[in-house]
Design a protein around this ligand. Structure first.
Ligand code: FES
Ligand SMILES: [Fe+2]
Length: 436
């Protein structure tokens, strides 16, 4: 439970809100690279932290991120013409380059000096890990950009699902650090079985080596956020062994989900504003992994089928997420197609408001990681507002340290706090702050 005031600090990201201001100190995912692939292609509308932006790739292949609304009389540049190294507003033809400089004002007299004064607000952008990133904070505090942890090397195979969620970012994130729900909500997709690891063959259900629905959770604070373990009884050798799943939370909005035999999943909960989130569900592999089309089909996240062109779901609160009661009678647990649709159905129905009322919950033993996340982020936002550095480490360090999620069946008594980490990550752990 949080107080109403703490809930506001955790959730609000627009304007001067401390959480949003802290997020602006990080490189933020803005869209998928594939959306802005073609030079002079269609501009892309992006909403982040309550701000409306337009992204475009110019004739020379440079990426630009500008305020969506034209400096002249505020028409949307998403409708603009992307041509000859700039974005031209449809209304009176004012044109801007990727840095926001005005390069043509056709409605002004030849003698006008206005072109030297007009500027369209612009932001720095980079590409990596299948995404386009933006930095929206003060220039003096801009961290160096590095490819994200899920892109271990240039050959890493990456498939991305993108999905709009009509709910506040924090409750979507809480689904990513809530191992317990996967044994219930996703039980039709993730079935109990035997073996040493979670297996995924790419088409049917995943098989996880346990039937235990009540995992024991423990949290370990780190410099970049936290790691937590969910410990379950394995289907075999339960007397001598534990099945451990370790999730990594990288502040402010990234979760590395334990891997399976085919890929490692990453989830990003990027706040569009206080009431909407863009969810990215990314899988990466150094092996064959899963193709993008197959991944989107498996997730129920294909544009034109499951999503509209703005990545809004066809399965919504208004139609009960197309829940199939007949399928439930025949054994399907949720009646909702695809793991992310199941997750978002939960995030979008936590009360009537898109911001969950955390003063009215009843937390249980499996909510330990969620409680830690809230405490840590509320404290971090408050401290940031008073001048402390933002929580979360630049991606480059995490990548060098090979920070990753983990799952294994291990002998009972194994110290999970040292599982799945290399030497380089030791420096990022904060054992003094470890919460059991
Ligand atoms: S509103 Fe954009 S050029 Fe006039
Ligand atoms: Fe889930």
């Amino acid at each position: 439970m949080l107080t109403a005031e703490e809930n506001e600090i955790l959730c609000r990201v627009e304007g001067e809100a401390a959480m949003g201001q802290m997020m602006r100190r990080h490189w933020i995912p803005a869209c998928m690279s594939e959306e802005v692939e073609a030079p002079d292609g269609a501009p892309v509308r992006v909403r982040l932290l309550g701000e409306d932006l337009v992204f475009f790739r110019d004739t020379k292949g440079r990426l630009g991120a500008l305020d969506e609304y034209c400096a002249h009389r505020r028409v949307s540049l998403v409708l603009g013409r992307n041509e000859d190294c700039g974005l031209r507003c449809l209304y009176h033809g004012w044109k801007y380059d990727v840095d926001g400089n005005a390069v043509d004002l056709p409605t002004e007299p030849a003698s006008s000096r206005l072109i030297e004064l007009v500027r369209q607000k612009s932001y720095p952008v980079r590409e990596g890990g299948g995404l386009v990133w933006i930095y929206m904070g003060p220039a003096s505090a801009m961290p160096e950009f590095a490819p994200p942890v899920w892109e271990a090397n240039p050959g890493t195979k990456i498939s991305v699902v993108k999905m709009h969620v009509a709910a506040n970012w924090a409750q979507v994130l809480e689904g990513s650090i809530d191992s317990a729900h996967s044994s219930l909500l996703h039980s039709t997709n993730i079935r109990p079985g035997v073996g040493g690891r979670t297996t995924q063959n790419g088409s049917g259900a995943m098989v996880r080596p346990t039937v235990d629905k009540a995992p024991r959770l423990q949290v370990q604070r780190t410099e970049y956020g936290m790691r937590y373990v969910a410990i379950r009884r394995p289907a075999e050798n339960a007397e001598t062994h534990d099945y451990m799943r370790i999730t990594v939370y990288i502040a402010p909005f990234t979760a590395l989900i334990p891997p399976n035999t085919l890929y490692s999943p990453t989830q990003l909960m990027v706040p569009m504003d206080d009431e909407n989130t863009m969810f990215y569900f990314i899988i990466s592999s150094e092996g064959e992994g899963m193709d993008t089309e197959a991944w989107r089909k498996y997730c129920g996240a294909r544009v034109g089928v499951d999503l509209d062109s703005n990545f809004r779901k066809t399965r919504t609160r208004a139609n009960n997420f197309l829940q199939d009661r007949q399928a439930m009678r025949l054994g399907d647990y949720s009646g909702i197609y695809g793991i992310p649709n199941q997750d978002m159905a939960m995030s979008e129905t936590m009360g009537r408001s898109p911001i969950a009322d955390r003063t009215r919950e009843t937390l249980g033993a499996s909510d330990i990681a969620i409680a830690q996340f809230r405490r840590m982020m509320v404290d971090a936002a408050r401290a940031f507002a008073e001048g402390a550095p933002p929580l979360g480490t630049a991606m480059g360090r995490l990548r060098e340290a090979k920070v990753q999620s983990y799952e294994a069946i291990v002998p009972k008594g194994t110290d999970w706090r040292r599982l799945g980490i290399g030497e380089a990550e030791l420096a990022l752990l904060d054992d003094d702050a470890t919460a059991a």
